[in-house]
Design a protein around this ligand. Structure first.
Ligand code: TNX
Length: 509
């Protein structure tokens, strides 16, 4: 009887402790890692688990603290963080090494043992990505238990492209610093590493330029639909840059020119060929405005703007726009883009612009951003430029999912979640192959998007797919398998209070 009681007791005890997954290969990750091997046991994460980082690499303290803060969200209390000179016997350990070449600058290896979880990378960024993957083995929400089992095994992972980006148009509608930070959280969770900010357009100028104060006094005072607009002070812009850096995201600022400039033209009459300032504009037409390309003051203006923004921007790229300059004469356009590229170089930045800039002579190391025009893009490649892939029919997050979507546009296409996922940047444009491609960017234009909830609705669940296209090699990706992983992320979106589109093509749980 005693034996029976003990056996039943043990059995009952076992069935009371939550049944935990022990097969790491069954876990859903986005982006999909290069390789996942399971060893069939489990690591127990508790409130007593400690986070260690190798003391020689000071930057890792930030990663360790980031991890501790994320674990606090799950466990209720933050684990202790400490530097160590040797491999700990238990806990979570972050370290940087120059061995294991395959990992490259942003890759990582995540080993989950029974007692020790270790994240190894060549850089703090690689460790950060290993941490993101580790977090995807844990529940998204607040703790309902005080411990969690993580399946043991090893994940080795590195990106297909080094430039994995999203764009936020803060010009058509203005979004404040807190919204931009939340957007950066979205990107970095899925291992994206660039945020392109579209800082100026016909409807609004969104960054303080000390040498041209009317840009914000006048040019930032409205937005599409006539709302009050807004702008970032230089301090606020720097705060965004800093927050992005902590999340291994580089800000790529865009000043769109010579077209899409009504807000600047309305602020300073001298930038107009006729010397007269137009009215501020709150509609959504494109292609009607142009800086005056044959006035010297135009280039003084551009020089001041690029200088001030470049000084606040640690990243290597400056985006000069260049799209849809329908009211600029073609020769004037080429002359302008040639001069502006030299200005950008003189302030120590590399030039990127929409695919139209390929009509100019491109400077060394320039990049063109493909959005619609194949001829421009292949001409850019012939002129030695790299390509950032943002095909409007596939990667524009402002395109509606279908004809019932209540916000967004559809001039390029309706983009259902499967359509947005199912393409390969390296075969999409004939004549543009992997070695020409810098990476992938998914832009969100905001003519019809007015607040964070609407941003979330257009961005989720598309953004994780674009992140995966940038990170995971095409031979490892297919929609039928991805949609099941994506469905598992529905509960994560909910836990983060994300207002996402519950597409019928995804088998949500
Ligand atoms: C085209 S894409 C534009 C933008 C609009 C967008 C709307 C590009 C380089 N120019 O000015 O906001 O369409 O989808």
């Amino acid at each position: 009887l005693l034996v029976f009681a003990i056996v039943t007791g043990v059995f009952l005890l076992n069935s009371c402790t939550k049944k935990e997954p022990t097969d790491l290969t069954q876990n859903s990750f986005i982006p999909k890692p290069v390789s996942v091997e399971a060893t069939g046991e489990s690591f127990e994460l508790t409130t007593a688990t400690k986070v260690y980082y190798h003391e020689e690499v000071k930057e890792l303290q930030q990663e360790a603290e980031y991890l501790a803060a994320e674990l606090k969200r799950i466990l209720g209390t933050a684990p202790a963080v400490s530097a160590t000179s040797e491999v700990p016997r238990s806990g979570i350990y972050l370290y940087v090494t120059d061995e294991d070449d395959e990992l490259g600058t942003e890759g990582y290896s995540l080993k989950v043992g029974k007692k020790l979880v270790s994240v190894k990378a060549h850089s703090a960024a690689g460790c950060f990505y290993g941490i993101q993957t580790l977090l995807q083995t844990l529940p998204a929400g607040i703790a309902s238990e005080d411990s969690y089992e993580i399946a043991t095994g090893e994940i080795r992972d590195f990106p297909d492209y080094g430039y994995r980006s999203a764009m936020l148009d803060v010009s058509r509608h203005f979004f404040g610093v807190e919204d931009v930070k939340r957007f950066i959280d979205f990107l970095s969770t899925y291992k994206m590493n660039r945020l392109h900010l579209h800082l100026s357009d016909d409807q609004g100028w969104r960054i303080e330029i000390k040498s041209w104060p009317k840009l914000t006094e006048i040019g930032s005072s409205t937005q599409v639909g006539g709302g009050e607009g807004g702008f970032y002070t230089q301090e606020q812009y720097s705060e965004i840059v800093r927050y992005a850096q902590e999340h291994h995201v580089t800000i790529v600022p865009e000043i769109d020119m010579p077209g899409h400039t009504n807000a600047a033209l309305a602020s300073y009459p001298e930038l107009n060929c006729d010397g007269k300032a137009p009215e501020l504009y709150t509609g959504i037409e494109v292609g009607f405005s142009s800086l005056c390309t044959d006035k010297e003051i135009t280039y003084e203006f551009v020089d001041d703007v690029v200088r001030e923004i470049a000084a606040l921007t640690p990243g290597e790229w400056f985006h000069i726009g260049g799209d849809e300059s329908h009211s600029t004469d073609k020769d004037d356009y080429i002359y302008f883009v040639n001069r502006v590229q030299e200005i950008v170089l003189s302030h120590g930045k590399k030039v990127i612009g929409w695919d139209e800039i390929a009509n100019a002579e491109l400077v060394d190391n320039a990049a063109v951003q493909f959005w619609a025009n194949v001829e421009n893009t292949t001409m850019g490649v012939e002129k030695g430029a790299k390509v950032l892939m943002s095909p409007a029919k596939k990667a524009y997050m402002d395109m509606q999912y279908d004809s019932t979507t209540h916000i967004g546009l559809h001039w390029a296409a309706y983009i259902e979640v499967d359509t947005g996922y199912d393409w390969n940047p390296a075969t999409y444009v004939e004549g543009v192959t992997k070695e020409n491609i810098l990476g992938v960017e998914a832009p969100l234009w905001t003519e019809t998007i007015t607040n964070m909830e609407e941003i979330e609705y257009m961005v989720f669940p598309q953004l994780p797919g674009y992140a995966e296209i940038g990170w995971t090699a095409p031979e490892l990706r297919n929609w039928d398998e991805y949609k099941i992983r994506l469905a598992d992320f529905g509960s994560r979106f909910e836990a983060q209070d994300i207002n996402f589109y519950r597409s019928d093509v995804v088998p949500w749980k």
